[in-house]
Design a protein around this ligand. Structure first.
Ligand SMILES: [Zn+2]
Length: 639
């Protein structure tokens, strides 16, 4: 008998010992990091609201209880009973019974009403029908990404269960070594922005953190071939942790599956969905630009199938000697700081990913309290000594002023924006300004992936800032559903009509004007001196956006039949800073100053050479801690 089986047998005995004698336990097994307990008496189990929590803390495992398939009531009659138990206002949109697991997945507009006070309605459901309810939110704005991911996972249920069981046995395998050491190797994004990737190794375990691409330099991929990474085969990696969905962190995660990786990806649920959206778009763009995509869309599906979603604050075993906890990073939807607890109190490392320290309209500021942390790996995008951003209130005032002037003289306002994050932040500014009378109520058109990204945001209000979440949850005052917003889904005809019509605001991708519908908008509006082009995000060196900022006014347009025309840009060009998703220099210092506990060592990464060095030396002088600005391919030993 394998050690894992022996371990499961012992745990089954311990559980039988703990539960009342008339509750029968038929099987105990691992599914990913969770311990699944099958019982013939799910109703008795559910009647003691505290039982599962007691078992979880005694066994130090995450526990899910499932009915033994033999005792389930028929789906048809169960359906009726479930609908009777749940209040009508919950707005059930789908009920799906899974015989193999005894779960009923309930999709509802108001999941809170399905859950009930402290889970009381859920327990009532189990008591009535024996099935284990699982609740998901109906997206308030229909999202094809969320639909596709959910349908795909439904389809792949059987295979996914096998994947999870295999991962579960892997996580709980016997520890083989008595050695104690902990190392980090830097595989990318050191003294550069892009291709974020690190590896933590211990005698037992190797964990890859992020696997990104470098925008504009797609041939520079992370050093996955060195022995410390995938050199001895992708299967030597135990787990992958993804901090957030931006392509400089996520783009090459699917590539790992092409290399033969078949382990778990730990991240948040919204990051999983956004990763699907952004990596598929990444393949699309590569194909359109005539580059060979590094992997096929099949590998994106593999990545989604192997994703184990975690919520902020969940402490999760990901290896015999490593526990992972994700915390809000305040950067984009679902973005996380990854905290690793290694060994039995041996060492603690936090990877910041990308962070925003202060609250924004969309998100609460980054978490910087941890039970313990000895080393912090900190982003330094704006770590340079002069990298101070305009205060967001001032930026918002300037944006509203610029828009108002343009509308007053009868022009249109065109804002190139990234689909994820900045667009929704600007939408919230516009919605409030119109509601409070600071801007006239004109249509705001959303083009490119912005609508889809917004739909994903509204699917996961738990990940948004407190007051915004409350508006979406309770008041039916979802600002994203404001009637000002219009999704451009009618293609070129609709664009022409909008451009010829009344004054309006257009938010469109791509954010740096490197492609996407923004180029059509330039063709429609570019020659109108009354209209304005307003930049709200960083424009990288070499992009069309940066050139226009620098005064370029002959814009190449159209590529039909190899013919290139130019358009002379007569729009007013404005830049409004201050809407960044990153902490600026002050924010990074504040993050470290108020961090609890303060780390002993800081590795400054994810910034150009001078930013990482500036930040490293400032933190050293200010807080008297050991700081580093590593290069790629360095290895640090901590224990
Ligand atoms: Zn990012």
């Amino acid at each position: 008998m394998s050690t894992v089986d022996k371990q499961l047998e012992e745990m089954q005995a311990e559980i039988e010992n703990e539960v009342p004698p008339d509750i029968s336990i038929t099987e105990v097994k691992y599914e990913g990091p969770e311990l699944v307990v099958y019982t013939r008496d799910p109703k008795r189990f559910a009647s003691d609201g505290d039982l599962v929590r007691r078992l979880a803390s005694q066994l130090r495992k995450r526990i899910t209880v499932r009915p033994d398939p033999a005792v389930l009531s028929k789906p048809d009659s169960a359906r009726e009973t479930v609908l009777n138990v749940i209040p009508e206002e919950a707005g059930i949109t789908d009920l799906d019974f899974h015989i193999d697991t005894g779960e009923v997945v309930i999709e509802a507009q108001k999941p809170g009403m399905v859950i009930g006070r402290h889970g009381s309605t859920l327990r009532e459901i189990t008591q009535a029908v024996g099935w284990t309810p699982e609740v998901v939110r109906t997206p308030p704005i229909e999202s094809s990404t969320v639909n596709n991911v959910r349908n795909f996972l439904k389809q792949e249920r059987d295979e996914r269960r096998d994947v999870l069981e295999r991962i579960g046995r892997q996580i709980h395998r016997e520890q083989l070594s008595d050695d104690e050491w902990v190392r980090i190797t830097t595989l990318g994004c050191c003294r550069e922005v892009g291709r974020a990737s690190f590896i933590i190794s211990t005698p037992e375990t190797r964990v890859l953190i992020d696997c990104g691409d470098k925008p504009g330099a797609e041939d520079e991929v992370p050093y996955l071939q060195v022995p410390e990474a995938l050199g001895s085969g992708a299967n030597s990696i135990d787990a992958v942790v993804l901090t957030h969905a931006h392509l400089d962190h996520s783009a090459l995660i699917p590539l790992l599956f092409k290399y033969g990786y078949d382990g778990p990806i730990y991240t948040t649920e919204p990051t999983r969905d956004l990763m699907g959206l952004l990596t598929l778009d990444y393949l699309d763009v590569a194909a359109k630009e005539g580059r060979a995509p590094p992997y096929e869309s099949e590998m994106v599906r593999d990545a989604i199938k192997h994703t184990i979603p975690l919520e902020y604050g969940d402490v999760t075993d990901i290896a015999p000697d490593i526990k992972l906890t994700l915390h809000n990073a305040g950067h984009i939807l679902g973005s996380a700081i990854a905290h690793f607890h290694i060994g039995d109190g041996l060492y603690n490392i936090a990877f910041s990913g990308d962070i925003h320290y202060d609250d924004t309209r969309l998100f609460n500021g980054a978490v910087n309290e941890f039970p313990r942390v000895e080393t912090l790996v900190l982003e330094s995008t704006y770590g340079g000594r002069n990298d101070y951003q305009t205060d967001q209130t001032d930026s918002e005032r300037k944006l509203i002023h610029t828009i108002k002037n343009t509308l007053d003289r009868g022009g249109d306002v065109l804002v190139p924006a990234f689909a994820v994050g900045r667009s929704q932040e600007i939408m919230l500014v516009l919605e409030e300004a119109m509601r409070e009378g600071d801007l006239p109520e004109v249509p705001v058109h959303l083009d490119g992936m912005i609508w889809e990204a917004t739909a994903i945001h509204t699917t996961y209000p738990e990940y948004l800032r407190d007051d915004l979440r409350e508006r979406i949850f309770h008041d039916d005052a979802n600002p994203f559903l404001s009637e000002q917003f219009n999704h451009i889904d009618g293609g070129e005809d609709e664009r022409r009509e909008v451009a010829d019509g009344e004054p309006c605001i257009v938010l469109s991708t791509s954010g740096m004007m490197e492609g996407g519908p923004i180029l059509s908008w330039i063709e429609h509006l570019g020659t109108d001196p009354d209209s304005s082009l307003v930049f709200v995000g960083y424009q990288a060196q070499g992009t069309l956006g940066r050139r226009i900022q620098n005064g370029w006014d002959e814009i190449p347009i159209g590529n039909g039949g190899g013919r290139q025309n130019t358009l002379s840009l007569d729009m007013d060009v404005e830049t409004v800073d201050g809407f960044s998703g990153h902490a600026d220099r002050q924010g990074l210092e504040n993050f470290v100053r108020t961090m609890n506990p303060r780390p002993e060592k800081v590795l400054c990464v994810h910034g150009d050479e001078s930013s990482t060095q500036d930040l490293s030396s400032a933190l050293y002088h200010e807080f008297n801690m050991r700081t580093f600005a590593p290069k790629n391919l360095e290895t640090f030993r901590f224990v």
